[in-house]
Design a protein around this ligand. Sequence first.
Ligand code: NAP
Length: 309
Amino acid sequence: MSEKIHEVVIVGSGPAGYTAAIYAARAQLEPVMYEGSVTAGGALMNTTEVENFPGFTDGIMGPDLMDSMRKQAARFGTNLITDDIVEMDLKGPVKTLKDGSGNVLKSKSVILAMGSAYREIGLENEKRLSGRGVSWCATCDGFFFRDQEIAVVGGGDSAVEEATFLTKFASKVTLIHRRDSLRASKIMADRAKANPKIEFLWNTEVTDVLGETKMEALQLKNTVTGDVTKREFGALFVAIGHIPRSELITTQVALDAEVYVKVEGRSTKTNLEGVFACGDLVDHTYRQAITAAGSGCQAALDAEKFLSH
Ligand code: NAP
């Protein structure tokens, strides 16, 4: 174990973590940032064009945006570590964190920015056929289903974005939604509705994923009539939202009923002194790259203020 006690360790990358790192580094706090071994960059690494992040008139690809944030954090001296934190003891004035390589760090403050993970439908065969036709990431896996009929489940921005992206490869994309209207933003919904390759299947739930060694079809249930049908697809992309990645801290930091980290008022302060949380880990409502970046900035300012006392 290193005897050094750091000022601040940031756990998790993504817009919240990187922004916290930029602010903490500029405040001379010499932040250490654990980016994650496979998830460095967060959810935006799996997205395509980001058109609503201010400052990019013509949009920017998600991975390029994260790469710029990462370089900006490094430029001011953030110690970026591409590994996971696997254990944390956040109680008391000195926090202890253990990484995936067995290193143990001590820090006076910690910023939690672990983001969120894909939500699953919860079907047994969804898990079994994951990687065999069932996917959560169109940019990662869409290419494998060229000229096939693809299903996307969900009704928010993610589902519409995935469906639109998949029309590059698929012969046809069917967007399956459990209600009769989309939750997605109007501009993205209108674009998908105008795309001749996208069909909408309303009031429909996916009740099973069928196939032996790979996905071959879906069992669908109409939520109005109750009718159950089977329909063949080459792949299913699940885009039904996210769940906060708070599993490492469930016994330490106060969480709400939906396992988001609870913060005090408009601040990023958790129930533990010197522990701050930001981004998708705390945000039920907005969940945008720009709001995550904003809350990462708040977390660094809150940590700086805490450390100065
Ligand atoms: P979301 O807005 O929470 O939408 C999730 C969708 O999945 C909803 O339509 C929901 O149905 C459906 N759903 C949830 N659980 C389900 C289940 N078990 N079975 C079937 N359907 C289920 O999530 P999101 O689309 O991932 O978006 C999250 C946030 O990121 C949003 O704030 C969004 O604006 C943002 N985002 C922005 C962009 C962009 O601007 N480029 C791209 C992606 C995401 P109901 O509608 O019935 O609840």
